[in-house]
Design a protein around this ligand. Structure first.
Ligand SMILES: CCCCCCCC/C=C\CCCCCCCC(=O)OC[C@H](COP(=O)(O)O[C@@H]1[C@H](O)[C@H](OP(=O)(O)O)[C@@H](O)[C@H](O)[C@H]1O)OC(=O)CCCCCCC/C=C\CCCCCCCC
Ligand SMILES: Nc1ccn([C@@H]2O[C@H](COP(=O)(O)O)[C@@H](O)[C@H]2O)c(=O)n1
Ligand SMILES: [Mg+2]
Ligand SMILES: [Mg+2]
Length: 221
């Protein structure tokens, strides 16, 4: 939903910045790499120590590179399959660091096995959500579904909650519960999304095969 409705807004806002980076000779790939490195560092340095506010601020600053890199590639007329592959692959790395960092907190000083498991479930289910689409498309199906909780939703729900919950460190009361709540929401939403995407691929597979347009050979890939 965010990908559909918020993207146009962010494209307008970020286009001048993307143009400036291009004028400075920065490449889209460099932005993809630096953005991922910054997000991973923010997640793995701050989250395992329970510093959710600073972790969220750092990740948020860097994660917007994911909207800037594609914008730059399109402005420069340099969108490429390599760029798409790099972008999607490094998205998975950043996501793993974010939910992994939260799991490390709960496994350590946060001392909550259940929430550690929920954070790990968010990590794994988010990767499966992305895989369903990638694998379905590689088999030649349209995978014509976004689902309830795409990556943008997973990140916004988790980061807003982590950022606000992090204000507890500065004395704001009654906000600590936000992060556990967000993790449960993302976990449940991701599970629903996996089911939505799998059912869509199943329907598309039956429709295509029923129409005599099977995917012989595709399953070897
Ligand atoms: C009191 C504090 C209140 C704070 C309020 C903050 C409000 C912020 C509100 C909104 C921000 C909205 C930002 C959302 C914009 C996202 C739009 C978008 O286009 O997202 C997608 C995009 C790139 O997509 P890709 O094509 O590169 O990605 C593909 C996609 O990920 C597929 O995923 P799948 O669903 O299948 O898993 C993959 O399949 C595919 O491989 C992949 O290529 O961008 C992103 O995904 C990045 C999203 C950026 C989200 C920004 C999050 C930051 C938002 C808020 C942080 C708030 C911090 C608050 C601190 C508070 C401190 C007090
Ligand atoms: N280094 C890159 C990054 C992205 N692309 C192209 O942009 C598309 C993704 O756009 P976003 O707005 O979601 O970032 C991607 O599919 C590529 O076509 C690129 O070429 N090089
Ligand atoms: Mg991108
Ligand atoms: Mg991306």
């Amino acid at each position: 939903m965010l990908n559909k409705y918020a993207r146009a807004f962010f494209t307008r806002v970020l286009t001048p910045f993307a143009a400036l980076l291009l004028r400075w000779g920065v490449s889209p790939d460099a932005v993809t790499l630096i953005g991922t490195a910054g997000s991973v560092a923010g997640a793995l340095v701050f989250f395992p120590r329970g510093e959710f506010f600073w972790g969220t601020i750092t990740i948020t600053l860097f994660i917007f590179s994911d909207l800037v890199d594609g914008n730059m590639a399109r402005q420069a007329g340099r969108s490429s399959k390599w760029g798409a592959f790099l972008d999607s692959t490094l998205d998975r790395v950043a996501d793993a660091a974010i939910f992994g960092g939260l799991a490390m907190w709960y496994a350590g000083k946060g001392d909550n096995d259940l929430l550690c498991a929920v954070a790990l479930f968010c990590l794994a289910s988010g990767q499966v959500v992305s895989y369903t689409k990638a694998r379905g498309e590689s088999l030649g199906f349209p995978v014509d579904v976004s689902g309830l909780v795409e990556r943008a939703e997973r990140l916004v729900i988790s980061l807003v909650a982590a950022g606000v919950a992090g204000l507890h460190e500065f004395g704001l009361p009654y906000v600590e519960w936000l992060l556990p709540f967000a993790l449960w929401v993302v976990a449940a939403g991701s599970l629903v999304t996996v089911a939505q995407r799998m059912l869509t691929v199943r329907r598309e597979a039956f429709e295509l095969e029923g129409a005599g347009a099977g995917v012989e050979g595709a399953e070897k890939s």
